[in-house]
Ligand binder design. Structure first.
Ligand code: ATP
Ligand code: MG
Ligand code: MG
Ligand code: MG
Length: 438
């Protein structure tokens, strides 16, 4: 992408109403525009990051054997009357009436609708296990929308639902989700710690929240420092192998890690004192097992050799749009964002220090073409801005690598390759720079 042809409305000033760094940088880097409280447009740079996060979530869900679907944002109230949640959900639900006076709502979550799909089409236990998921916009009329996309009213969520014949099968689904989430967050450059949580209005027994440690997080968390040493890394997992998954889950759920809702002071104090940690955390996902809470009242049953059985279910969410903010909270400095490679909107930036100079322009064009040929996606700053402003923009938007091209270096056949995270620079030939990034 050529910056001169792109739409990157960077702000010079700090927006006054943004209280936390991720919100500030997302506005300044021209990633989002607020349209109403808690409702945002995604501008091109922000959309690229959002799409990268979605892609990782899709890949990891499908690796775990889960099947994508897409349900509407608008739901009929009658479905929610069947489960009893239409009245129970409260003012976070946006209720709408159509021209025929039918009650509708903008979905805050989809347990009812997915259960309706299941009961319409699945009859035999032989079709189980089954996990369906989607990535779709949700609406929750939050009392205090704030921190930009971190607590929006309209937000993008991955929500998945497992249908199983027994408690044991449903716990395998639970473990599949936990392990796939560990992989998912690590690919985004994040450490998200699974913590025992409280089930709240969705109801149920087993639930873990995934929290990213950050001082601006809204949850108070307590954990054993040992858990932050765990890495998923590139281990191979067979998502069908129950024992292998259970072992990984055990590894991550043995060290103490809880939110304030389930915190147990006595248990916590059994950890060696130097490992007792208290912090703030951002909730980036949650997994639930809730058994037959929806299948029973809504009649989601399958035939088995022993008769009809209400399916055991769970639901599993990832805060896709919140993750954009959470990643920035976890990875930035005082000049701007530092994107992890997995989600960066462009792989690298090319800064032309003397736009209009024939040799410099030609070298930049050659680099741009060379990187694209390798399948990389560079952002080429071919504008007339002065060097200082170009550097400031590149630092703000946080691409992992910058190649700086100017007449002085070119005389020696060199460009400069700089790593955003460390600021380390190296002079090398344009070809070597391309080879290094590919
Ligand atoms: P919170 O405790 O932050 O209100 P939640 O527990 O109500 O979140 P869930 O129902 O567990 O949310 O939804 C799954 C995920 O969706 C959450 O883990 C979070 O990452 C994301 N999410 C929830 N509410 C919002 C919101 N208002 N804006 C952005 N993301 C959200
Ligand atoms: Mg909530
Ligand atoms: Mg919560
Ligand atoms: Mg939650």
């Amino acid at each position: 992408m050529r910056l001169s042809r792109y739409f990157l409305p960077v702000l010079k000033e700090n927006p006054a109403d943004a209280q936390i760094v991720s919100h500030r940088y997302m506005l300044r880097a021209g990633m989002i525009k607020q349209q109403q409280a808690g409702i945002y447009s995604w501008l091109p740079l922000g959309l690229r990051v959002l799409r990268n996060i979605e892609r990782i979530v899709h890949e990891e869900q499908q690796r775990a054997g889960h099947i994508p679907v897409l349900m509407p944002t608008m739901q009929p109230a009658d479905l929610w009357r069947e489960s009893g949640r239409y009245d129970a959900y409260g003012p976070e639900m946006l209720r709408i009436r159509d021209r025929h006076d039918r009650d509708m709502l903008f979905g805050p979550t989809n347990e009812e609708m997915i259960t309706d799909i299941f009961r319409a089409h699945v009859e035999s236990y032989k079709q189980l296990p089954m996990t369906l998921y989607q990535i779709q916009w949700k609406f929750r009329d939050e009392v205090r929308p704030r921190f930009g996309v971190m607590r929006g009213r309209e937000f993008l969520m991955k929500d998945g639902y497992n249908f199983d014949l027994s408690y044991e099968d449903a716990m395998h689904a639970y473990n599949r989700h936990m392990v796939s989430y560990l992989r998912t967050y690590e690919r985004m450059g994040l450490q998200a710690i699974p913590m025992r949580a409280d089930s709240g209005p969705i109801g149920g027994d087993d639930t873990h929240e995934f929290l990213v440690l950050a001082s601006t997080g809204e949850s108070e968390v307590f954990y054993d420092a040992a858990i932050t040493d765990l890495k998923f890394g590139d281990r191979e997992v067979d998502f069908q192998d129950r024992a292998a998954l259970a072992k990984i889950v055990e590894e991550w759920t043995t060290p103490y890690a809880r939110t304030d809702e389930t915190h147990d002071v006595a248990l916590f104090h059994k950890i060696p004192a130097e490992r007792q940690k208290t912090s703030r955390g951002i909730e980036v996902g949650q997994i639930f097992y809730f058994g037959t809470k929806y299948s029973e009242p809504m009649g989601a049953k399958v035939n088995t050799p022993d008769g009809e059985v209400a399916v055991h279910m769970g639901s599993h969410g990832i805060g896709v749009s919140r993750l954009v903010g959470a990643i920035i909270e976890a990875s930035h400095d005082d000049r701007g964002i530092i994107w992890p490679e997995g989600v960066t909107p462009f792989h690298c930036g090319i800064v032309n220090l003397k736009q209009g100079d024939t040799a410099t322009d030609a070298a930049c064009e050659a680099l741009y073409a060379g990187l694209r040929k390798k399948g990389l996606d560079p952002l080429y700053d071919d504008t007339e801005e002065r060097a200082g402003a170009k550097f400031a923009t590149m630092d703000l938007i946080g691409l992992p690598w910058r190649i700086t091209v100017g007449p002085r270096g070119l005389k020696e056949g060199k460009v400069e390759l700089t790593r955003r995270a460390t600021g380390d620079s190296e002079e090398l030939s344009p070809d070597a720079a391309v080879a290094r990034l590919a």
